[in-house]
Design a protein around this ligand. Structure first.
Ligand code: CDT
Length: 303
């Protein structure tokens, strides 16, 4: 077996006024708990370092940029990287990344994997950006990811880490079957997914009561139909009057939830994840080589 002990480190609400230092201290507390439980890897939510800022319409780019990181690690996150190295526990977390590529400023909703030595070994830019670009005052809160980020330019592909093939997706990506299938076709054995999901969905409030159901439905189906581990980790609770779902969980390649958070606060749940269990599904019901018929799905790769 190739077992890695995984911790899903759910974060409770982060206030707009909370500093990075305060949040990083909370992340370190969860990391220390994870180390005591023998974890190899700890997974934190999407945009873990700040409040979920796309809920506000901001015209001043400097105000928006205050939520972005221009270096990783930077002064506020260096203690987290130092703790990773000290404890020998790998981590994955999301943050707003502002970077310059070929002289052009780029802003992405990003997740990274940091190995046990504190080195960044994988970086992913969110592909499916939900929401809208302009202020829509009728909403109880905004969802301006399409305004503040550009669509990701990184594929759903794994990195070699902890003796396995680990990949990432971010929040809305988890609702798309393509995310998991593309990962599986590229060999990913475990997908790490951070999220910020409000109970209230302004476009279809009649679905508000289904948010937790849809969260697990999408990730469990993705895990099962592709024979891979899924670690889904939310920011939860009442964050600036926007209530976010919790139910952070670890899902086996069979689609079963094997660990789940039971609060809406900072909480760690762990599980011994044997990457070889992917074979239970991939060598049987979803043996891609044997049973898949890509020639019969031409529209799947059409724009
Ligand atoms: N962060 C993120 O992608 N959240 C969305 C909320 C619903 S779409 C406005 C999600 O898919 O969970």
């Amino acid at each position: 077996s190739r077992t890695i002990v995984v911790g899903a480190a759910q974060l409770g609400p982060i206030a707009r006024a909370d500093s990075r230092e305060v949040v990083v201290a909370r992340m370190i507390a969860l990391l220390e708990k994870a180390a005591r439980r023998g974890c190899d890897l700890v997974v934190y939510p999407e945009l873990a370092l700040t409040t979920f800022f796309p809920r506000w319409f901001m015209e001043d780019q400097a105000e928006v940029d205050a939520f972005f990181e221009t270096e990783m690690p930077g002064p506020a996150t260096a203690p987290l990287f130092a703790k990773v190295k000290e404890l020998g526990v790998a981590i994955s977390f999301g943050y707003a990344e502002k970077t310059v590529i070929d002289g052009r400023v780029r802003r992405f909703n990003t997740s990274i994997i940091v190995d046990k030595t504190g080195a960044i070994v994988h970086r992913y830019h969110k592909v499916h950006l939900p929401g809208h670009t302009e202020n829509e005052p009728w909403r109880a809160f905004q969802h301006l990811e399409k305004r503040y980020f550009e669509p990701g330019d990184t594929f759903f592909a794994p990195a070699d880490c902890l003796g396995g093939k680990l990949g990432m997706a971010i929040c809305n990506d988890r609702r798309w079957p393509e995310t998991y299938r593309e990962h599986a076709l590229r060999g990913t054995e475990m997908v790490l997914i951070g999220y910020n999901t409000p109970y209230h969905y302004p476009l279809a409030p009649e679905h508000d009561h289904l948010q937790c159901f849809h969260n697990h439905l999408a990730m469990q189906a993705g895990a099962y139909a592709n024979g891979m581990w899924v670690v889904g980790v939310g920011k939860a609770g009442n964050e600036e009057n926007c209530v976010l779902i919790g139910q952070s969980c670890i899902i086996a390649p069979t689609g079963e939830i094997v660990a789940m958070a039971s609060t809406l606060g900072d909480e760690l749940v762990t599980h011994d994840c044997d990457l070889d269990r992917c074979t239970e599904i991939r060598a049987n019901i979803f043996n891609f080589q044997k049973h898949r018929r890509p020639e019969m799905y031409p529209l799947l790769s059409a724009p």
